[in-house]
Design a protein around this ligand. Structure first.
Ligand code: SF4
Length: 320
């Protein structure tokens, strides 16, 4: 068997920034540091940060008044921001800047009197946060069928934004349905799908043409990892989403000679290497790196945290 590694794969700039924020906060403020929700959707990352002294909570009521609390990369609603203020928590916001951009866009549309339609999955933390950041009329759709069932107060005054980690193809279909249903609708096109999501989907699509099986390393609750599996399957290849090498089943490997591996934006490279080692033990004789784009995007850490840690910002590349 031969292995093919998608390029790019794994950590994106938003995930790197979120993890760095927790690690730096632990260093500067000392444990315990509270984190609202999983900082990124990966159990291995969360377990590692827990060992360093991070305490993950699902409710701000579990954070002692006056403590440091970090909001996860997925972003939070206005109600959570208000609750943190009311409890006098010292907030560090690890929301990915690309998610914040969607929040701001949604708020702008809403302030201009538009009903805002979020294209995304209603149960996903990012969408919950985006929905809760918009004060006016807001709806969520995840399929063209749901577009057909929508009821809005003024069909002539409708705007949309999209979750950052959707499949480009699915999003295109939903936006087409929205434009048919509401000819005057305004929105950013596919621009809200983030660069990391786009690059990883393009890479897995290219790789899927070359292989018999695709393994996506990522968490079951990771939206972008699930979409990578969908994209591989839409290319006609069997694909599995695995948290780590321990989930690989020997029966998947019978009658395959070329296996492709990719990883979601919140999956550490060490997990990919664990999968490579596991497959070498099962008879893989060669590992190839696919060609693909090289990413250089880096997001700045929050200024207050850098200042608190007395770390000069000058050495760090700026936002792309
Ligand atoms: Fe930000 Fe995109 Fe990474 Fe999500 S996948 S954290 S939007 S860079």
């Amino acid at each position: 068997m031969e292995l093919y590694l998608a390029q790019p794969r794994g950590f994106c700039a938003g995930v790197v920034r979120a993890i760095e924020i927790v690690e730096l906060a632990l260093e500067v403020y000392k444990p315990p540091i509270y984190v609202y929700h999983e900082i990124v959707h990966n159990a291995h990352v969360v377990a590692d940060l827990k060992k360093q002294g991070a305490v993950f909570v699902e409710s701000l009521a579990d954070v002692p008044a006056g403590s440091v609390v970090i909001f996860s990369a997925h972003g939070v609603s206005g109600a959570i921001v208000a609750q943190a203020e009311q409890r006098q928590l010292d907030v560090i916001d690890a929301t990915c800047p690309l998610v914040t951009k969607v929040h701001l866009q949604g708020k702008r549309y809403s302030a201009q009197g538009y009903a805002v339609i979020i294209v995304g999955h209603i149960e996903h933390e990012e969408v919950i946060g985006t929905m809760g950041s918009i004060a006016g009329e807001v709806h969520v759709v995840s399929t063209p069928e749901e577009v057909a069932e929508l009821t809005v107060s003024d069909p002539g005054k409708v705007a949309y934004v999209t979750q950052t980690t959707l499949s480009l193809d699915d999003t295109r279909d939903i936006i087409a349905a929205l434009k048919t249903r509401f000819p005057d609708i305004i929105g950013p096109g596919l621009n809200d799908i983030c660069y990391a999501t786009q690059n990883r989907q393009n890479a897995v699509r290219d790789m899927a043409r070359e292989v018999d099986l695709v393994l996506v390393v990522g968490a079951q609750n990771s939206s972008n990892s699930n979409r990578l599996k969908d994209v591989a399957e839409q290319s006609g290849v069997k694909a599995y989403l695995i948290q780590d090498a321990g989930e690989i089943r020997n029966e998947w490997l019978t009658s395959v000679s070329r296996i492709g591996i990719t990883a979601g934006a919140s999956a550490p490279e060490a997990l990919v290497q664990g999968v490579v080692d596991r497959l070498r033990d099962s008879g893989v004789v060669a590992v190839h790196m696919m060609n693909g784009v090289t990413e250089s995007t880096v997001f700045r850490l929050p200024r207050e945290l850098l200042e608190a840690g007395m770390i000069a910002t000058s050495g760090r590349p700026s936002i792309e």
